[in-house]
Design a protein around this ligand. Structure first.
Ligand code: 5GP
Length: 200
């Protein structure tokens, strides 16, 4: 028998939040705080063909897999959306997301713009949030100081960022990550406001 809290969670309408923004803008840090602060919300773990970075963990940060495994999953229809970002593939596992939503849990996807467009098509009621840097130069210096990528890869990501910044009109909300605490607060407000929405 579900407890009262579980029943409440199951009966409420769930939300699919999609958080996008250029690489290095701070999406991961912001989402980690939302998961700490807000109940009944979980982040989906994507599959990727890129190499694990120092400090990342298998099945926690990503399901790191080979291109062959990725394409088998894709053929089996296991991705809700997928995209190639720079030279690697990334995809959202469909079954986990659908199960979480049906069990009363809100879900956050942290994905790039092409994937967000696919989600918009499949789930028109999804809430799309774009995280912007205060400026392009600030993004550049954040990516350089993060130093998780080689200088050439940073350049590729910056080129990609230009394209992504041009797509922000597809989104429902924009949060500018200038002051991190304020940006996290704004993201939290969006989550709570969407939970109070009557119509979509
Ligand atoms: P990174 O290599 O920095 O972890 O991720 C590169 C980009 O891919 C980021 O913008 C990240 O949000 C995005 N990404 C991560 N997982 C997925 C996914 O499952 N689907 C899509 N479309 N993008 C993803």
């Amino acid at each position: 028998m579900p407890s009262e809290a579980e029943k409440l969670a199951i009966n409420r309408t769930t939300n699919l939040f999609v958080v996008t923004g250029p690489s290095g803008v701070g999406k991961g840090t912001m989402i980690a705080k939302i998961l700490e602060r807000v109940p009944h919300i979980a982040k989906s773990v994507s599959a990727t063909t890129r190499q694990m970075r120092e400090g990342e963990r298998q099945n926690v940060d990503y399901f790191f897999c080979s291109s062959e495994e990725f394409f088998k999953m894709k053929l089996r229809g296991e991705f809700l959306e997928w995209a190639k970002f720079t030279e690697h593939y990334y995809g959202t596992p469909r079954s986990w997301v659908e199960k979480s939503l049906s069990e009363g849990q809100d879900v956050i996807l942290e994905i790039e713009v092409e994937g967000a467009k696919q989600i918009r098509q499949k789930y028109p009621q999804a809430v799309l949030i774009f995280i912007s840097p205060p400026s392009y130069d600030e993004l550049k210096s954040r990516l350089q100081s993060r130093a998780t990528e080689s200088p050439e890869r940073i350049l590729t990501r910056l080129e990609k960022a230009k394209e992504e910044l041009n797509s922000k009109n597809l989104f429902d909300y924009e949060v500018i990550n200038d002051n991190l605490d304020e940006a996290i607060g704004n993201l939290e407000h969006i989550v709570y406001a969407e939970r109070l929405r009557i119509t979509r």
